[in-house]
Write a protein that binds this ligand. Structure first.
Ligand code: B12
Ligand code: SF4
Length: 430
């Protein structure tokens, strides 16, 4: 028996806005696939052959001898995923879907597939395959929240083997926990993985690191799983850093996802331990937390002061804050763009990315904007933080989009040395 896992393609910043190619190397935003397929594949029963297709690298709509096709997708990839589901079903293949979008919007997916898996797929995966073989797939499985102690390490090696000359990500995601007790209104995570923080056992994390190291890969620790939302979780991360440093693995972590409140809450010792473990960069996510949603509105000098403090604290510990700015929260106005650029200069930021606020389906933000009749489109491929899909509160749609383009342009025009891009890189399509 054989299962084909497919990771459908989605548009990145410069795909949606080709003028950005002059400033952003396309490969910077290709990234590894999410861990969804690797995690579920690890629960595939013995005797099953596994094939993996990354539709971003090579069109996945090709004939297959697989008995089941399994799609994994988040919202930006949903349009393509449903197209692929239709295509494979037209070839007579049973199609199963899982991931953030199927979990948040099952009614959109059910008509295109034979089964939708809600939530964490590992617990029902063997059952789904068995039902597929016996032609008794149910339309919906789950929602399920897994016991993390029982899970094998994800089969990230499937992704390594799909790399090619034009596609070899610098790093791969590593999960240290799942679920999040916070309630950021634009986040899908509490809705898909629950609002209780569950930690992976240390040996599970070590096994993931072993696999990366054995293949010469680096790991990035995802910010979104709430790993630092409790003191105990922060302490565990400190222990992980110590173990990495002790085992001399200081090249294993490429960056750690984090937010400004998390940096401010971290003690100097914690930051020094991160640095000693080889963490040279934070992926500093903005736009969700109370500091970055207020700092650039022109109305909250205290939040702005805290933002400077957070960036300086990382820099003082020798960790570069690669800052992700989000434009389009309800308190942002046209002046926010200048405030973000001025902040970047004064804080001596070297690298940043810019995103347009996006109300992801079935999140609290989505429900509020629906109720206010401010959702402009349900074309899911446009839900990628690079298009305006809602009516902003204090800007026009055009002002928001132009402000986003100006952020990328003016930030990198002032820093021509950050990405040493050749002419080929400026134009190449990965
Ligand atoms: C790594 C990562 C990326 C990678 C890979 C892309 C991806 N996610 O597919 C890259 C860097 C490319 C990326 C890009 C983006 N990302 Co991103 N990313 C993540 C991150 C940090 C980790 C993903 C991951 O590996 N999760 C762990 C796996 C195990 O979880 P999972 O995929 O949900 O899989 C489980 C279940 O869903 C299910 N399942 C999944 N697939 C399948 C398949 C089957 C068959 C079955 C049965 C079950 C199943 O079982 C799995 C195991 O339990 C998440 C946050 C997070 N913690 O999830 C954000 C996240 C997915 N990203 C998000 C966003 C918004 C983006 C961007 C659009 C914008 C941005 N600024 O980041 C860009 C996209 C493009 C652009 N404009 O350039 C949002 C998604 C919102 C949504 N509702 O869809 C998230 C949730 C962050 C957040 N908190 O808002 N991202
Ligand atoms: S953005 Fe991060 S902290 Fe906020 S709910 Fe999502 S995972 Fe939790």
């Amino acid at each position: 028996m054989k299962v084909l896992f497919v990771y459908p393609r989605f548009q990145r910043h410069a795909d949606s806005n080709p003028e950005l190619r002059a400033f952003v190397p396309m490969k910077e935003y290709l990234g590894s696939p999410s861990l969804g397929i690797a995690s579920v594949a690890a629960m595939t029963p013995p005797g099953w052959e596994i094939e993996f297709r990354d539709d971003r690298v090579l069109d996945a709509a090709r004939p297959t001898d697989a008995d089941v096709v399994a799609l994994s997708f988040f919202t930006p990839a949903a349009t393509r995923a449903l197209e692929l589901a239709d295509w494979f079903r037209a070839q007579g293949k049973p199609v199963v879907a899982g991931g953030i979008f199927p979990t948040m919007m099952p009614a959109e997916v059910v008509p295109h597939v034979d089964a939708v898996v809600l939530g964490e797929g590992e617990a029902v995966w063997a059952q789904v395959l068995d039902d597929a073989v016996h032609k008794r797939l149910q339309p919906v499985y789950g929602p399920v929240i897994c016991d993390l102690d029982s899970l094998p390490p994800p089969r990230t090696d499937l992704y390594f083997s799909a790399e090619g000359p034009d596609f070899h990500p610098d790093d791969y995601p590593l999960q240290v926990s799942r679920g999040c007790p916070m309630t950021c209104v634009a986040c899908a995570l509490p809705g898909t993985m629950g609002n209780k923080l569950r930690a992976f056992p240390m040996q599970h994390i070590q096994a993931q690191l072993d696999l990366m190291e054995a293949h010469g890969k680096r790991a990035n620790l995802t910010e979104d799983t709430g790993w630092f939302t409790t003191t105990a979780a922060g302490r565990r991360m400190g222990q992980l850093f110590d173990q990495i440093a002790e085992r001399g693995r200081t090249m294993t972590i490429s960056y750690v996802g984090i937010s400004m409140p998390m940096i401010l809450a971290a003690g100097d010792r914690w930051l020094s331990r991160a640095k000693a473990a080889g963490v040279d960069m934070f992926y500093l996510v903005g736009g969700f937390d109370p500091i970055t949603t207020r700092a650039f509105t022109g109305q909250d000098d205290k939040a702005l002061g805290r933002a400077f403090e957070a960036v300086r604290k990382a820099q003082d510990h020798g960790i570069e804050p690669y800052t992700s700015f989000m434009l389009g929260n309800d308190d942002d106005d046209a002046g926010t763009v200048d405030r973000m650029l001025e902040f970047s200069d004064r804080a001596a930021l070297r690298k940043a990315e810019f995103a347009i606020f996006t109300p992801y389906p079935n999140t609290p933000s989505w429900h509020r904007l629906m109720a206010e009749d401010r959702i402009l489109t349900r074309r899911w491929e446009r839900y990628n933080d690079a298009n305006v899909v809602f009516r902003p509160a204090r800007m026009s749609v055009e002002e928001l989009h132009e402000g986003y383009l100006r952020l990328w342009k003016e930030f990198y025009q002032a820093r021509p040395d950050v990405w040493q891009m050749s002419e080929v890189e400026r134009t190449i399509q990965f």
